[in-house]
Design a protein around this ligand. Structure first.
Ligand code: SF4
Length: 341
């Protein structure tokens, strides 16, 4: 489970010296009762919110919360972050490590699943805790290397010349500070066979101020080709601040893609998926993947069957040009790539 308390417990002095985005993160709503109160939910939601929070901590930054409609428990952004009592219910096939990542970690902080690319857990924390997250039970405490401990992972990358792409993941890699990220990027740049840096992040969406000069400084100056894969599930997540943040990233030479998860009650309609693709393109982001839900314990209530997912995507294809169609995929542990549905 992500430890979003780290920055919250910084001293007042350290906080005063932190950047705007770090202050916003430290002030995120972490009390499920406060989340219910802020969204004007009936008291009936409180017990479930508390029970869900005990399993996976609540974390919602203000910039994301401000895009939700008060008084609507079905708001598609709120549904993604509101803890529920259902999370405690066991469901057949829903497990703590649905992608069997424990078997694919050759060094601390490193996951190597697919040929040609490897994934670095650059930060154990997130800026928002999504209830359906497939890593909601991930042992982050065992995968938060210090600089010295990163050497094993970096040596592994150095010794495998087939790896052309390093992927920053997490948690959310952009929850790490820029000094740490710039150091890690410098280490990757020294490995000649690594050409690309991919960053999987939700931070520019939930706190657009994360795209500041410090971030753009190292992103814009690395020799690595940079691709940012954002994680946006609903058109309402993209407001003008997100569009501005995306424009800053693009000016720094970053290619922007998006991956979504098909979620019951959030985006499980043709209209919602069509609006999402259209809005992504408003921000000049191309849809990349639409994932069916990974069967992680606590998230079964978000599940959409494969048949329903295929039907939705078939209908979506009738409404969108090909370049706005995400690829519908499932990740199956042990397979050499994502599996198209
Ligand atoms: S889906 Fe991404 S941003 Fe959300 S909790 Fe999981 S890792 Fe963090």
């Amino acid at each position: 489970m992500q430890d979003n308390t780290l920055i919250a417990h910084e001293s007042a002095e350290a906080l005063a010296a932190s950047s705007t985005w770090q202050r916003q993160l430290s002030q995120a709503v972490r009390d499920p009762a406060e989340l219910c109160r802020r969204l004007a939910l009936d008291d009936a939601w409180l017990a479930g919110a508390g029970a869900g929070d005990a399993l996976f901590a609540t974390c919602v930054p203000e910039a994301f919360l401000s895009r939700m409609a008060p008084g609507n428990p079905g708001d598609p952004l709120l549904r993604q972050v509101l803890p529920l009592g259902e999370e405690a219910r066991a469901a057949p096939g829903f497990v703590t490590d649905p992608l069997a990542e424990a078997e694919q970690r050759p060094a601390q902080g490193l996951i190597h699943k697919y040929r040609g690319r490897a994934l670095l857990i650059a930060s154990p924390t997130c800026a928002v805790n999504c209830r359906y997250c497939f890593r909601r039970h991930f042992p982050y405490a065992d995968n938060a290397p210090s600089r010295a401990q990163w050497q094993d992972a970096l040596d592994y990358l150095r010794e495998d010349a087939s790896i052309r792409e390093a992927i920053f993941s997490g948690g959310d890699p952009l929850a790490a500070n820029d000094k740490q990220l710039a150091w890690l990027v410098g280490e990757l740049e020294s490995i000649r066979h690594i050409k690309r840096l991919r960053i999987h992040t939700r931070l520019p969406v939930v706190i657009p101020d994360r795209v500041d000069d410090a971030l753009l400084g190292w992103l814009g100056s690395t020799r690595l080709q940079t691709v940012m894969v954002l994680h946006i599930n609903h058109a309402k997540e993209i407001d003008s601040a997100v569009i501005d943040a995306c424009a800053r990233l693009q000016r720094a030479g970053v290619t922007l893609l998006n991956q979504s998860v098909l979620l019951r009650g959030v985006n499980d309609s043709v209209a919602a998926l069509e609006a999402l693709s259209e809005r992504l393109f408003d921000a000049r982001i191309l849809p990349y993947y639409l994932h069916v839900l990974d069967p992680v314990a606590g998230a079964a209530h978000f599940d959409v069957s494969d048949n329903e997912a295929r039907e939705l995507v078939d209908k979506l294809r009738e409404r969108l040009p090909g370049f706005l169609m995400p690829r519908l995929v499932r990740e199956i542990p042990g397979e050499p790539s994502k599996t198209p549905l």
